[in-house]
Ligand binder design. Structure first.
Ligand SMILES: NC(=O)C1=CN([C@@H]2O[C@H](COP(=O)(O)OP(=O)(O)OC[C@H]3O[C@@H](n4cnc5c(N)ncnc54)[C@H](OP(=O)(O)O)[C@@H]3O)[C@@H](O)[C@H]2O)C=CC1
Ligand SMILES: O=C(O)[C@@H]1CCC=N1
Length: 270
């Protein structure tokens, strides 16, 4: 169990998923977690749900914690962190989950002697199946990096990546649950079109996506091989595959991800 005080600035979709993942996995005791969102009712609701602390102010939380997680939107991250940089303890580790905010930009507002880690998580953290990248600056030692990896591994997978790869991470895991939810929705809509009740359609679609993903992770077979094994000669699946190819299914996903990665790059230059 992590014996550190962890504070979250901002408690929206992603912070809630991380906090739920951390507390459900018991990597941290709720009394070691602080939350400061600008909406007091959010802090109160989190305190009631998990038994964590609703911070009285951003400043008091900044003085208290050993690990400070910036979980606000990229456009306010630097301003907010800059406003409390002088209040942090010398050894406090700052973690930013914002897309497009570089380690350099963070050091500019936090100080060039500050230990900083960029992390790119995703919302499946909420259900213990997150995928997270971890990128420390040069001041962070191995033990501290391991602590952060351990935290994010308590509710999914986490890997060290170089900073230049974060745009790819945003495309392939950070933003990616959204594309998968859209696919599940479309699959279920089609099943409803075929007469299946909607609730059942979501269950069949989601369980199939989960199972297919698990096969890729656990069988070591190439996705194309796994696809081939579903396509019976002259059967139903190859008809669907032909239609997906003619509609540019794979190109659409690749183009969408390219746009996503380009946006992440643009944010880094803003
Ligand atoms: N959502 C995701 O799947 C992922 C998000 N991220 C990153 O996480 C960060 C947060 O994203 P997300 O959770 O989606 O965003 P949300 O808008 O859901 O959460 C941000 C929260 O911060 C609050 N907030 C805004 N300004 C302040 C302030 N001055 N002080 C305290 N709290 C404040 C917001 O309040 P209000 O609603 O009133 O504005 C909101 O509750 C972003 O930087 C994003 O890049 C990274 C990976 C995945
Ligand atoms: O949409 C966004 O900008 C954030 C970053 C990754 C997922 N959500």
């Amino acid at each position: 169990m992590l014996n550190k005080k962890v504070g979250f600035i901002g408690c929206g979709n992603m912070a809630k998923a991380i906090i739920n993942g951390m507390i459900a996995s018991r990597i941290i005791a709720p009394e070691n977690v602080w939350v400061f969102d600008r909406k007091p009712e959010t802090n109160q609701a989190m305190a009631e749900k998990y038994g964590l602390h609703a911070a009285e102010s951003l400043e008091s939380m900044a003085r208290e914690v050993d690990i400070l997680v910036g979980a606000i939107k990229p456009n306010v991250m630097l301003k907010l962190l800059g406003s409390i940089a002088g209040l942090l303890k010398k050894e406090t580790l700052v973690v930013s989950i914002a897309a497009g905010i570089t380690l350099d930009a963070l050091a500019t507002v936090l100080g060039h002697d500050r230990k900083i880690i960029r992390v790119m998580p995703n919302t499946p953290a909420l259900v213990g199946t997150g995928m997270t990248s971890v990128t420390p600056n040069v001041l962070v030692n191995e033990e501290e990096t391991d602590i952060i990896l351990q935290v994010f591994r308590s509710f999914g997978k986490a890997e060290l990546v170089s900073e230049y790869l974060i745009h790819s991470v945003v495309g392939v895991s950070g933003s990616a649950p959204a594309y998968v939810f859209m696919m599940i929705e479309a699959m279920a809509d089609a099943a409803v079109l075929g007469g299946m009740p909607r609730k059942q359609a979501y269950e069949f679609a989601a369980q199939t996506v989960k199972g297919a993903a698990q096969m890729v992770l656990e069988t070591d077979q190439h996705p194309a091989q796994l696809k081939d094994s579903v396509c019976s000669p002259g059967g139903t699946t190859i008809e669907a595959v032909k239609t997906l190819e003619s509609k540019g299914f794979r190109a659409a996903i690749m183009e969408a991800m390219q746009k996503c990665m380009e946006k992440s790059e643009q944010l880094s230059k803003a």
